[in-house]
Design a protein around this ligand. Structure first.
Ligand code: ATP
Ligand code: MG
Length: 555
């Protein structure tokens, strides 16, 4: 099923079409502005798809801009991962790769311009004094005693801050707006702070750094961004951004807010995800259980499924909770079309065809993907000893109407091969079924069946002599067991799903898997989708379960 074409425009598209029609902008220009302090997650993917997607749809441009104003948490590793992830999602920024840190000189000049027009001042309050004066949303703040410093003194002090004369926290530069504003962000917000700390790109050049609020809007303006799209929490920052733009008399980018993606059973916060990595709850940022794009990629989610998911959920003006099943559905839909089918047996038990001559092998033709004619067929060796899945056999099955699979005296088809009848089984000392015996009907070879027999059950199988047995199957499940992690009051780590990873080392796989290499995707018939992991070695094939065939969480 192809996703339905959306007829109606979302509110951002409506705004853009109106702006274009009225000639407000000849072309639109958006940007995706990550802070390089962690890996991108599925929430960021929504913003990436939105910003790059709108630019593509309306023949505009989208910049990649790293908002790297805070040297404390930012690293080159994150810059590289972010670029890789955006490319993987299928978007290109061409030569438009920008860094807020490239604007530090210009931002400094903007700050000086504000000082000169009496719109900014150097403030010496300590953190405690600052907090004591700032008020609360309902109680107006009080003015700093340094608020009315003369321009000349401010210029000198700000120059000295830049020159490294003061210690961290000794002084800040603040905008001079309104300490009684009901909007806390307008109560003389901080524009610059002192941090004697090297920056991942500017090194030791600076010891004062602009705040995010001072850098963001000005960066948009300098790049000529027409539509600056951000998540709802920045709505209250917009009056400050507009104030700065009008004081500086620079190009006014137009900010519009949309609801961030919150996904059930999923954490979308870099800070929390970092905690999982640092405390070893997962194997790294790219652990296949992580909602990071690198984790999702390793898990086997195709990028097109993520783009379709972003399209399906659209954009809204109110925060909500999106069901992770919507994402999983998009993944299944895509993999159903594209992933070749193979036989993989997670819990194998031996099936011996007692009327099959010892040593004889026949070659069966298996269809690679019934959803894709181009995918062709492959050959599967069939012999006297096979593996089937333990779950496909019952010693004492209920009526044939309720149990189509194998049991004593029951008939099933071995897919792409013969119909067999179970003639008995043997148990081991612990009482587990160790071997199952059956006879095949030579008249029933798939594609040449002259028997007229009808059976309801069809089982997967793998020839014992040819099976790939050196597999490690990592059965991943959702990382959290709580649906709405936005509503919990205790530590989010209490909500980890203890069964999010189970390792299966007993599985047997059909021989074609011998050729598999990292990144290959498969559907194990009737079981789920799997991706060959980079941890694979010549001696050990590691497969990540991307997703089960059906939603096992649905109520
Ligand atoms: P986090 O809270 O995970 O640290 P962030 O907003 O601090 O996220 P940024 O690097 O600043 O991370 O985000 C880059 C862009 O991605 C911003 O425009 C931000 O609004 C957007 N974004 C972040 N999280 C989401 C989300 N859950 N849904 C939609 N957009 C998001
Ligand atoms: Mg942020």
């Amino acid at each position: 099923m192809e996703p339905q074409k959306k007829e109606s425009l979302n509110f951002i598209e409506q705004m853009i079409e109106k702006d274009l029609k009225e000639g407000k902008y000849p072309v639109i220009h958006t940007r995706f502005p990550p802070e390089p302090n962690g890996y991108l997650h599925i929430g960021h993917a929504k913003s990436v798809c939105l910003n790059f997607g709108l630019a593509a749809k309306y023949n505009g441009k989208c910049n990649l801009r790293f908002d790297d104003t805070n040297p404390e948490k930012e690293e080159t590793e994150y810059v590289e991962s972010i670029k890789k992830d955006i490319q993987w999602l299928g978007f290109a920024w061409d030569e438009r790769e920008y860094y807020a840190s490239d604007y530090f000189d210009q931002l400094y000049e903007f700050a000086v311009a504000l000082i000169k027009k009496g719109a900014a001042y150097v403030c010496d309050l300590s953190q405690e004094e600052f907090n004591a004066l700032k008020g609360t949303p309902t109680v107006p703040g009080k003015e700093s005693p340094y608020r009315n410093r003369p321009v000349e003194e401010n210029l000198q002090l700000f120059g000295e801050m830049k020159a490294g004369k003061y210690k961290n926290g000794e002084k800040v530069l603040r905008a001079k707006i309104d300490m009684s504003s009901p909007n806390m962000h307008m109560r003389d917000p901080i524009l610059y702070r002192i941090k004697h700390m090297p920056h991942h790109r500017t090194g030791d050049t600076w010891c004062i750094y602009p705040t995010y609020d001072f850098a963001h809007g000005q960066s948009d303006s300098m790049e000529g961004i027409t539509h600056s799209l951000c998540t709802l929490e920045f709505e209250v920052h917009r009056p400050l951004y507009n104030w700065l733009i009008s004081q500086l008399e620079i190009y006014p980018s137009q900010q519009t807010e949309f609801a961030r993606l919150n996904l059930s059973y999923t954490i979308v916060s870099k800070r929390n995800l970092r905690e999982l990595v640092e405390q070893n709850h997962v194997s790294g940022w790219d652990d296949p259980r992580m909602p990071t794009l690198s984790g999702i990629r390793r898990r086997g989610y195709p990028p097109v499924a993520i783009r379709r998911f972003a399209d399906t959920i659209g954009v809204a003006r109110r925060n909500g909770l999106t069901d992770v099943a919507v994402l999983e559905h998009a993944v299944r839909e895509e993999l159903n079309r594209t992933a070749p089918r193979v036989f993989g047996i997670l819990d194998p038990v031996k099936l011996i065809i007692t009327n099959w001559p010892e040593g004889k092998t026949e070659t069966m033709q298996a269809i690679n993907n019934p959803e894709d004619e181009q995918a062709g067929t492959r050959e599967m060796p069939f012999g006297r000893e096979l593996y089937i899945d333990r779950a496909d056999f019952m010693e004492d099955p209920p009526s044939p109407k309720k149990w189509f699979r194998l049991g004593p005296d029951r008939e099933v088809r071995l897919k792409y091969a013969y119909i067999i009848r179970c003639t008995g089984f043997k148990k081991d000392a612990d009482g587990n079924v160790a071997e199952i015996y059956a006879e095949y009907d030579p008249q029933t070879r798939s594609g040449q069946d002259t028997s007229g027999k009808k059976v309801k059950g069809t089982l997967g199988w793998v020839s014992v002599a040819d099976a790939v047995t050196r597999a490690e199957i990592r059965l991943y499940d959702r990382l959290f067991r709580t649906e709405n992690l936005g509503e919990i009051e205790d530590d989010f780590k209490n909500h980890l799903n203890p069964h999010s990873l189970e390792i299966n080392s007993q599985a047997v796989l059909e021989p074609s898997l011998r050729e598999a290499k990292a990144g290959d995707m498969f559907q194990f018939e009737r079981i789920g989708y799997f991706r060959v992991d980079e941890d694979s070695t010549p001696d050990r094939l590691v497969l990540n379960r991307t997703i089960t065939l059906r939603d096992t969480w649905a109520k």
